[in-house]
Design a protein around this ligand. Structure first.
Ligand SMILES: [Zn+2]
Ligand SMILES: [Zn+2]
Length: 73
């Protein structure tokens, strides 16, 4: 199988706020959420898989929830 998609560039990864779900490109280097001051996740807290989608709510590798469920209404 051809593997032409790989040209040496790593895929973009995202930093995700587990409290409000806000995500920013990891390349921005933000460490904390500008909405609520929560430390951003740069990968799955369980397996360490990078977050590859800005809309991810669960780890694509192990299925762990990325968003905190604390404070639900
Ligand atoms: Zn937040
Ligand atoms: Zn995981």
């Amino acid at each position: 199988m051809p593997h032409s998609a790989s040209s040496g560039l790593p895929p973009p990864t995202y930093a995700l706020c587990p409290t409000c779900g806000r995500s920013v490109p990891a390349t921005l280097g933000e460490m904390f959420c500008s909405n609520d001051g929560t430390r951003l996740l740069t990968g799955c807290p369980v397996c360490g898989q990078p977050i590859l989608s800005p809309f991810a709510q669960h780890c694509t590798h192990c299925g762990a929830a990325l968003l905190s469920t604390r404070g639900e209404p």
